[in-house]
Each structure stands twice: as structure tokens, then as C-alpha cells.
Design a protein around this ligand. Structure first.
Ligand code: SF4
Ligand code: SF4
Length: 452
């Protein structure tokens, strides 16, 4: 029997599989049902070009646009993956369906499962003029959705409501944020609701005070369960008072050894105050959370030995106990769905690539010196500054790709040589050719086989 130590260098591949969800209404149905109350409808009905159309016509137009974008979310990558020649040889044009714009890379928490605990992540916010420039490019490319966060807490950017309203006024159909809700006080709640935000996702790990405060400690001050809990409850009350069905709210908890026992509590705490309660097996922020039992490890090792598989063959344990093993990759859909933009204008190709270490190019000159901001964080840690005590294990991020120092457009980067090279490797079922994709933690880029 092989020793469990042979697993020491292998990360557990954990995907974002939803294991439980209480949906009162599907988000898509909610959007369509309340379409006349979206900020998109508000702006469309006041647009001179659309004056000649009836309300009903505008409603249908907007519903079709939204439904088409949701349909394309999977259809676009699937079609390209199934028929790459059509897209590459004939140069058929396809655009991203979402741009994730990091309005704040700073975060006020130091969650133990977050990438921020291992990778130096700058404490920065975006320049509003730059944010608007990116929105203008998104609109020119007819990209239907934008998410306004990536590595940090978006509510720490005070002008977020203005940016969301700007995006809605220009025609972005779906605007989304993930938030830890620590700063969602009454004033901010009103601003966010009035901005026209379409979808708000709370990240809240724990069904009890003890677990929550262990999973979500504050960096600059104590983060208390009661405070964040009441922010979320009050947000719902304010939404009701303003008569706004938007944003659609979802709360999600990451499954760990501690939170696993608190699923019922989590549901009962929030079910009446949000539109959807979800438990996922993995945080979008990544990180290794679960620990395998010796029994499970031995089952996996036995399987590897019997099937002559390398000890670093990817494996995954689902929440229901299913053990999955993969000896084959599959193309990554994100390459045909989205682009990620950091506060200083670096462009990444997926949510796994924390801060664009496989940098596709620059949208802003500020990105050229990205290491300066990262080094400041390391410096603050080494000087034991307040707010950096929990970040002792951070290191500089790797740099997988160093594009030329030139400012490009979003469109050029999306259709550029570098991203097309990565796409080609994936379509040839050879993502291993791309350094960052080699050990990717996104389970959706692997073919899985159940072994128990
Ligand atoms: S998981 Fe979210 S809230 Fe926690 S440290 Fe990371 S970015 Fe901040
Ligand atoms: S395979 Fe992983 S690292 Fe590569 S683009 Fe997809 S999500 Fe990103």
C-alpha cells in the first residue's frame, strides 16, 4: 500500500458544484417577470431611438436579449468546442458574454480558504474613469453582462453604485456582484438598490457565529456574525420598502468540515431574507478546504495502483462521498465566455487565474508596474503592519506570461494571438501545453470517472 504522503504535492480538485439549493424563483424567471422594473427597461424606455416603440415591444425586446444571453452562456462555448473549424478557419466572430471588472482588489476580511492568504494581492481600488472606459468598450462589443468584482470586496469602492448605473444606462443587461456584506449598511443598501444592480451574491460561510467568525475573520477590525447577519436582513427590508425586486439575491456557503454540520441552520437563518440559498462544495475563490480521510485516500491509492495510474492523477471527492478520478482533460468553456480585468488593467482569461498571472495584455499603462503594488503588500507583512497579521504566508504571484508593454483594446485582446493560442491548445485537448492550465483547479476542465 502506498503511503498517503505521496499525495502531499497534489491539490484536491474541487469544483464549484452546487450541492443544495432552495430556490423560490429561478433568477431568469425573476428577471423576465419583473422586466419592467429593471434599470435596463428604465433607460431603454427613455432612449430617443426607442421612443417610437410601444412598452410591450420594449419588454419583448429586452426579454429576448436577456434570454438569448443566458442561452448562449453554455451554447456558445459548446458550439465552438464541437465545431472549432467553423469559428477559427472561417473567422466567425464571437464576443465575450461577461467581463469581470475588479473595482476593488482590497478586502477587509482574511478568510483562511481564500487565495489572498497565499498570493500577494494589492489593497487597491479602481480609477472611476478607467472603469467607465472599460464599460464603454464592453458596450461597443455588445457584451451583455458585467460582474464588478474579482479578487476583492466591491463595496469598498465607494463609487460602485455610480459605475453600475453607468453600465445600465449604456445597455449592459446583467450586472452582478459578489460581496461579503460587511459594509452593506443602510446608506449603501439604498445606493446599491437604486443603482439598478441585477444580481447580488452574498458569500457567508457558516450557520453559526462560531464557524462564521472562524471562516471570515476581519483584517482591520473584528468581523462579527451579528453585524453582517443584520446587514443582510436589513437589505431585504430596504428592498421591500423601496418596492424593488432587484437585485435578485443569493447567499452561498462553502462546504467544509465545520459548515457541513450547519447546513440546516444556514437555510433557516436566511431562507426568508434572500431569493436563493445555496451550499457549494468549493469557493469561487479557490483554495484547499477539505481533508480526505485515510479510508478515502487509501481507496484512491488502490485504484491508481490497480490501473497503473500516476500518483499525481487528479481526483476529487464529492460532497455525497463519490470519489472521482480523471485521466483526461476537456476544453475550458471560460475561454469562450468571459474576460477578467484587474483594477490596473491587466487582463486574465478565467476566474482561476488570480490577478491575471497568465496576462493577456494591458488595457491601461498602470498595469505595467503591477509588481509595485504587490511588493507593498509583502513589505507591510514584513513590517507587521495592522491588517496584515493574517497574511503571513503570502508570496508574489507567478508570472506565466509577459505581454508587450502596450495598451490594447478589449476587443483586440479577446481576438488576440495569445488567447487564440490558449484556445487552440484546449480545442486540441492539450491544455497541458499552457502552464497555468496544467494543474487547473476548475473541475469542469476534466473528464471524471466515478470509482466507488
Ligand atoms: S473570500 Fe472574499 S471576503 Fe474572504 S478574503 Fe477572499 S475576497 Fe475577501
Ligand atoms: S483550464 Fe483552468 S487555468 Fe486554464 S483557462 Fe480554464 S479555468 Fe483557467
Amino acid at each position: 500500500m502506498a503511503s498517503i504522503l505521496e499525495f502531499k504535492n497534489q491539490d484536491i480538485l474541487e469544483g464549484s458544484s452546487k450541492i443544495n439549493s432552495s430556490k423560490k424563483i429561478n433568477r431568469i424567471d425573476h428577471y423576465i417577470k419583473n422586466i419592467k422594473k429593471t434599470k435596463s427597461f428604465y433607460y431603454l424606455s427613455r432612449n430617443k431611438e426607442f421612443k417610437k416603440y410601444s412598452e410591450k415591444h420594449l419588454e419583448t425586446f429586452l426579454s429576448d436579449e436577456f434570454l438569448n444571453y443566458r442561452k448562449l452562456w453554455n451554447e456558445q462555448p459548446n458550439n465552438i468546442i464541437q465545431n472549432p473549424i467553423k469559428y477559427f478557419d472561417k473567422k466567425a466572430k464571437f464576443n465575450p458574454l461577461c467581463v469581470d471588472l475588479e473595482v476593488a482588489s482590497i478586502c477587509d476580511l482574511a478568510c483562511p480558504h481564500c487565495f489572498r492568504e497565499y498570493v500577494a494581492t494589492p489593497d487597491k481600488i479602481i480609477n472611476i474613469e478607467f472603469a467607465k472606459q472599460i464599460i464603454d468598450q464592453v458596450v461597443d462589443m455588445k457584451i451583455p453582462s458585467m460582474k464588478f468584482n474579482w479578487r476583492g470586496e466591491p463595496l469598498l469602492f465607494s463609487k460602485l453604485p455610480e459605475v453600475i448605473d453607468y453600465a445600465k444606462s449604456k445597455g449592459v443587461i446583467d450586472t452582478i456582484i459578489n460581496t461579503n456584506a460587511t459594509n452593506l449598511d443602510e446608506k449603501k443598501s439604498i445606493e446599491i438598490i437604486k443603482s439598478g444592480l441585477d444580481h447580488l451574491i452574498y458569500s457567508f460561510d457558516g450557520g453559526t457565529k462560531k464557524t462564521y467568525e472562524k471562516m471570515r475573520p476581519g483584517r482591520f477590525k473584528e468581523n462579527k456574525f451579528e453585524d453582517v447577519y443584520s446587514n443582510i436582513i436589513n437589505f431585504k427590508k430596504i428592498k421591500d420598502k423601496l418596492g424593488s425586486p432587484f437585485p435578485f439575491t443569493k447567499i452561498q456557503m462553502v462546504l467544509t468540515e465545520d459548515t457541513r454540520k450547519e447546513i440546516e441552520n444556514f437555510y433557516s437563518n436566511f431562507n426568508s431574507y434572500v431569493d436563493e440559498v445555496t451550499v457549494t462544495q468549493y469557493s469561487e475563490r479557490g483554495g484547499k478546504i477539505s481533508n480526505l480521510s485515510i479510508k478515502v485516500r487509501n481507496q484512491i491509492i488502490d485504484y491508481f495502483e490497480k490501473n497503473n495510474l500516476d500518483m499525481d492523477t487528479p481526483y476529487m471527492v464529492e460532497a455525497n462521498g463519490d470519489i472521482l478520478v480523471s485521466d483526461k482533460r476537456k476544453p475550458c468553456k471560460q475561454l469562450f465566455q468571459r474576460l477578467m480585468v484587474t483594477y490596473n488593467g491587466k487582463v486574465g482569461m478565467c476566474c482561476v487565474d488570480w490577478g491575471a498571472t497568465h496576462n493577456l495584455g494591458y488595457l491601461n499603462e498602470a498595469g505595467y508596474n503591477f509588481r509595485n503594488d504587490e511588493n507593498k503588500i509583502l513589505d507591510s507583512v514584513s513590517k507587521d503592519k495592522k491588517g496584515f497579521e493574517l497574511l503571513k504566508n503570502i508570496k508574489l504571484a507567478k508570472e506565466f506570461n509577459s505581454p508587450k508593454h502596450e495598451v490594447q483594446s478589449l476587443d483586440n485582446i479577446w481576438d488576440g494571438e495569445e488567447l487564440n493560442k490558449v484556445r487552440k491548445a484546449h480545442l486540441d485537448i492539450n491544455p497541458e501545453k499552457i502552464d497555468i492550465c496544467k494543474n487547473c483547479e476548475n473541475k469542469d476542465t476534466y473528464e471524471w470517472k466515478k470509482i466507488n
